[in-house]
Design a protein around this ligand. Sequence first.
Ligand SMILES: Cc1cc2nc3c(=O)[nH]c(=O)nc-3n(C[C@H](O)[C@H](O)[C@H](O)COP(=O)(O)OP(=O)(O)OC[C@H]3O[C@@H](n4cnc5c(N)ncnc54)[C@H](O)[C@@H]3O)c2cc1C
Length: 507
Amino acid sequence: MPAMNSNDPSRSTGDTLDTAIVGAGVGGLYAAWRLLGCGQPPGGIAVFEASARVGGRLFSVTMPGTTGLAAEFGGMRFLSSHTLITSLAAKFGLKIREFTTGNSESIFYSRGKQWRAGDIAKKQPLPYSLRPDELYLDPFELIVKAVQRVMPSMKHLSPDDWVKMKESLTLDGFPLIDWGFRNLLGRFLSDEALQFIEMGIGYSAVVSNWNAADALSLVVEYTNSATEKTLVDGMQALPNALAAAIVREGSTLYHQHRLVSLRGPAQTGDGLHELVFATPEGPRAVRARRVVLALPRRAIELIGDCAALKEPRVAALLATVTPRPLGKVFVAHEQPWWRPLGLTSGRATTDLPIRQIYYFGTEPDRPAGATGHLTMGYFDHPQLDYWAGLRRLEQPAASGFTVLDPDGPVATEVRRQIGVVHGLDQPMPAPLSVGFMNWEEDPYGGAWHTWNQGVKSWELMKTIAAPVPGMALHIVGEAWSTNQGWVEGALETAEAVVGTLTRIPAN
Ligand SMILES: Cc1cc2nc3c(=O)[nH]c(=O)nc-3n(C[C@H](O)[C@H](O)[C@H](O)COP(=O)(O)OP(=O)(O)OC[C@H]3O[C@@H](n4cnc5c(N)ncnc54)[C@H](O)[C@@H]3O)c2cc1C
């Protein structure tokens, strides 16, 4: 699903802008689109993107050997409670369908034993020595059990109630924000339960020691029965639609423009910012009255020359979140090897390095006209290293999105581990194609971010949105949001900054 190339210099309005937006991920594109919607002159707004495509961490690929199926190397779903993305999809006519993560047939494979999710409630023995009060609960129910010790009323809280509550909750006399989430779980659950949760949730970072108050927000959201959705044409259809709308309305989107230097009005002396971009044709300088950086933490830290962002107070602000790496591998097949096992959609979860295995192409609402099938391996630290090492073996210099050999070391090991997890008698058939992406690499530094222990996210978010007093410099994106790890977080921060810039009520 190619990104559009709208890098048409003839549409440039000259090199002095009202607003320069850096980063054409969903956050930057949404900020541009909303500014236009608020009546800002299109000629005064331009978006600059380092890569040759839009979407950033939304990256929907059609794998060779398939048609009409989005291999989502980045974000792949959203929650029914995410109002901004839901209304944007409606606005742009993007069709929504259900997304399945798990059901009672979902497979777990851990400590050399396989079982189905439904076996837990049927009181089948598991390979974990759980306490009597922890038995027969699935990994998420165990998390809820611990969280309810801090917040007995959590099942009745709306996300808005929860935002107010997280400022005041304490545990053992310490504010909740000072707790690490892993420590909080360990306060109420056994070591074995923690290991079961980490395996069964599928993401080690989710149960690591990030800010417990912000981690609990995620738990509250899922407890409120939010259902999972996705876009029929792939999640990247949203940034593609935003980019098309911006260009249609007369603004310019520059690809292959990587910000390398940013000087504020104090340095330029003319009340404007000076941005210098590395482009295939050499450096290009642009002047702008205000700048919106729609970038994750690592990308901001990579801007080599920017005194304001390197200033210790600002650097410390940016460092209040931790990038969390994730990697994905997709293999495409003609036949859905999982159907004979009674599986149609969702995932298996394991303690093997592949961690999560999703099946796509046999869902009841498979996109019309789609051909082929996809299996996705999905892993974070420490297992990401395992797969990065195998890719290095195959392609030592590769980085970013990589097409791999269907008979190479990564594909061979993926097929072996899928066989073990699912108890396949026959080796999996050779895939039609294989793709790999490691989001830890530059310029991302991670797939998502978590607020650090001890920080007040609700206060910092406002400061980070305009981190340098007296400078019309703004930061938007998922990294410093209340919906970290979600598109919704990027949209919310963009909405807040646009509201400030245009003095309009929030959308
Ligand atoms: C593996 C993975 C799984 C995820 N799962 C989900 C999910 O299921 N649901 C969900 O809602 N969200 C998910 N997310 C998170 C979601 O993708 C992000 O929250 C969202 O896309 C972030 O948008 P953004 O605009 O903040 O940043 P980004 O998408 O990171 O955009 C930043 C842009 O800036 C560009 N850039 C970087 N440096 C420069 C520079 N110096 N100059 C110019 N441009 C630059 C980048 O190329 C990029 O296009 C996932 C992310 C990943 C990676």
